[in-house]
Design a protein around this ligand. Structure first.
Ligand code: SAM
Ligand code: SF4
Length: 367
């Protein structure tokens, strides 16, 4: 049963003059009672890879520079999120965030304003070797590196670029810079790298990295995803079970998208580490979702699969007074209030028939 939002009428429309920026208590509340505290901010739509499950081979029409959030706008928006709307953690993503020349300065400014905010980065690792130490020095808390295989030929086929060695060097540099714990994100595609799952897990365990498999979602610009073609979480567990025994991690999931498993070699009691599986399609976790997403051009997406977007950039550019910040916060709240109950795939009572793939690809949303 949807709730009546504080500061709104029962229809959900804003009561005139109502103070709706209630900080952490009301924050980014939606009509189903969820409160978003985890902000995902895309720094750019550009990328130097062309992963099959995300970007088309020819790339996309990149946004013009004046359409992107500037560093100052990013810092202001995060400030509004943290100080007025109860945001408690920030993930910087893209596109590929490392292609943004001012990334280190952005992180340093965010860290200066928010000394204890967890700030993490999701990157494909290309060019990371050169920047890892500067990112750590600027105050980055931790890092996820996306790497789907350790095989050069499969990496080339998946990403359409020959940069696996750069990614491996980037991960090593991040580790040397103390950006722990490092998480590795992997998407499996049938016939390309599904046979590499156990090897990638062993490699991650040997180095103390936490590997997370992400089910392929229908967010590719080519619209090539099919339910029959995707590798499900159940199949991933089976692929690993030839080598490993997985047992549910007794620690609380606490709203995290990944379901964590303890990993042991078959027939051994020795705990080797953990692996995460993010089953967004077949075992969705929408009821527990705490995420709010801002695209590189300053639009709120209340869900990865949103088909509606709410622009904050024009309001940010309209002025920088306290009242302007109030207006930005209020519009952000409105956008989140309308967050759908679920994305429409795999939910009991909500068949795939309700699901329509959004126009944006994952790279243009910010994963
Ligand atoms: N370029 C950076 C990277 O690849 O890590 C950050 C942006 S990328 C969109 C964020 C994450 O989304 C990556 O881990 C990537 O593997 C994942 N991703 C992209 N498209 C996906 C899809 N269709 N299904 C599942 N995960 C996807
Ligand atoms: Fe680029 Fe990341 Fe998308 Fe791959 S998943 S094309 S690295 S944005």
């Amino acid at each position: 049963m949807p709730e009546v939002r504080p500061g709104t009428s029962e229809s959900g429309s804003p009561r005139s003059g109502a103070l709706r920026t209630g900080g952490a208590e009301t924050g980014l509340l939606d009509q189903f009672g969820r409160v978003a505290t985890d902000m995902r901010l895309s720094l750019t739509d550009k990328c130097n890879l062309r992963c099959q499950y995300c970007m088309p081979e020819a790339g996309l029409d990149w946004l013009k520079k004046d359409k992107l959030l500037t560093a100052a706008e990013i810092v202001r928006l995060v400030g509004i999120g943290v100080e007025r709307l109860g945001v408690r953690e920030l993930r910087l993503t893209g596109g590929e965030p490392l292609v943004r020349a001012d990334l280190v300065e952005i992180i340093a400014a965010l860290r200066q304003n928010h000394p204890s905010l967890p700030i993490s980065l999701t990157t494909n690792g290309v060019g990371l070797a050169k920047k890892a130490q500067a990112l750590a020095d600027a105050g980055l808390s931790r890092l996820n590196v996306s790497m789907d295989t350790l095989h050069h030929d499969a990496f080339l086929q998946l990403t359409r670029r020959p940069f696996l060695d750069q990614v491996l060097a980037g991960i090593e540099a991040a580790s040397a810079a103390g950006l722990a714990p490092i998480k590795i994100n992997a998407v499996l595609l049938r016939g390309i790298n599904d046979g590499h799952a156990a090897e990638l897990l062993q490699w991650s365990l040997d180095r103390g990295y936490e590997l997370r498999f992400i089910e392929q979602m229908p967010l590719d610009a080519d619209h090539g995803w099919t339910r029959e073609g995707m590798i499900t979480a159940a199949e991933i567990r089976t692929l690993l079970s030839g080598t490993f025994e997985l047992a549910p991690d007794p620690r609380s999931r606490d709203g995290a998208p990944a379901e964590r498993f303890e990993v042991r070699h078959r027939g051994s009691d020795a705990l080797l580490g953990t692996v995460g599986i993010i089953a967004s399609v077949t075992e969705p976790f929408c009821a527990d979702c705490r995420r709010t997403r801002i695209t590189a051009e300053g639009k709120v997406m209340s869900c990865l699969f949103s088909r509606t977007e709410v622009d904050l950039l024009a309001l940010l550019r309209a002025g920088a007074s306290t009242e302007d910040d109030d207006a930005v916060a209020s519009r952000w709240q409105d956008a989140m209030w309308a967050k759908p109950r679920a994305h429409g795939m795999g939910h009991p009572g909500l068949g795939d028939a309700d699901f329509v793939q959004p126009d944006r690809s994952m790279s243009a949303i910010g994963g």
